[in-house]
Write a protein that binds this ligand. Sequence first.
Ligand code: ATP
Length: 510
Amino acid sequence: MDMDKLVSLCKRRGFIFPSSEIYGGINGFWDYGPLGVELKRNIKDAWWHDNVHMRDDMVGLDCSIIMHPRVWEASGHVGGFSDPMVDCKDCKGRFRADQVAVVCLHAGQDFADSKREQRFWFSALGDSQQAVAEANGKDYKKAEAKLATHPNGSAARTFYPISASLGQPEYADFPCPTCKKQGTLTEPRAFNLMFESHAGAIADEANKVYLRPETAQGIFANYKNVVDTGRVKTPFGIAQVGKSFRNEINPRNFTFRSREFEQMEIEFFCHPSEAAQWYKYWRDTRFQWYVDHGLRSDKLRLRDHDPDELAFYSKATADIEYSFPFGISELEGIAHRGDYDLSQHQKFSGKDLSYFDEERKERYVPHVIEPSAGADRATLAFLCEAYVEDEVGGEARTVLKFHPRFAPIKAAVFPLVKKDGMPELAEKIYRDLKRQFNVFYDEKGAIGRRYRRQDEAGTPFCLTVDGQSLTDGTITIRDRDTCRQWRIASSGAVQALRDLLEGQPIPSGE
Ligand code: ATP
């Protein structure tokens, strides 16, 4: 699937617009239009329903975006939340250090000829290991050739210069990705990704605050409140959905890497002896959630981090990755964080954050498993997966085959023609359905065109009132994916739609 086509459909049909577009847009910020807001909301609601309402061991939370600045010292974000950046002294471009090396690789730079010893690792997936091996053997031409023939050729972007211990590349050896001059790049410098602001009238250091770069810390900061209000005992989780902000150096790939985005995060607190089991449970459960909602298993992967990729406090981490048109990239990370976060907040706040386990008669700092997902990345993956171009009755159409749970509009109701009492009956059906579902009424234009517009919006079912409806009270119902039509009693439309949305198979034949 071509990403440009998806981006243009999103714009044309009102899923996603560039933010502030009438002023030329602003890099890294996006707005969700009338269909997009429904889609994203359905995804967040499904996540909340499945992880909070359907469980006995989870409660929700909604924290402020701006928190006490000490929170971000304790979490390590003030000190460490940065990407190494290189600047071009000539054209003043600024790039993420890892991406400079990658651009060179794409440009066919012969690293093997470089006077420096440089080693690279390939952060993506097992089936490209050969390319990694060749890159590590310094045969970059061969590694590049291998990647070019790889089905996910764009994964070449994920060549990262390896850490200092294995030898950093000299950036002066690389041409600037923009102006292509050699020797103009500076060495990498840290660039903090947190947006800063000031709380209060005076914009000085003492008033400095940050927009949260993740929702997780709000959960840790409230952990004691939740425990003290007495509703939970280990093992239990706290879930939060909300906006996060990161001043990404290079926002790209549509909404995939934005500067303002939404996260859906869980911190799951348990006894240290059970943490490994819970980690496995969450890793598998979260993976299955995407499969159950229609992401095809050949496009979805669970990648366990190698021990040398782990944060020093993490005992294990896995990424759920999706094969986007622009490459294989992370949708969600599941991390076994040990007692790191609570211990840090204990240290920085001076408050006791240990937990007394009534059953075990034991006091301990719980260990934490963190499934951390992005609502925008999930929305983008479900959009990519749903996008299909096919042909019906010799006519090309574009259709978004969303899982019915996520579809922005659940059904559209049409009178076949705008006369003979058809609009009146159709409108009545529409009003009945609207009490329960987000439905759409349309009486304008040829019926075929109306169907195709709903296909593009991803509406699973269309209900049409025709001549026969006026004599026998039946209407047609059309299935988006197969275009099959059959008749139901108009009086039973609400129940019929509910059954279909809940997965009842559509009738065969007819
Ligand atoms: P990446 O390596 O892609 O920057 P990350 O590993 O820093 O992501 P986390 O800090 O683990 O991401 O954040 C958890 C989730 O939040 C990610 O899996 C992703 O879905 C989402 N997320 C993080 N950064 C962004 C962003 N800039 N735009 C959209 N979603 C994001």
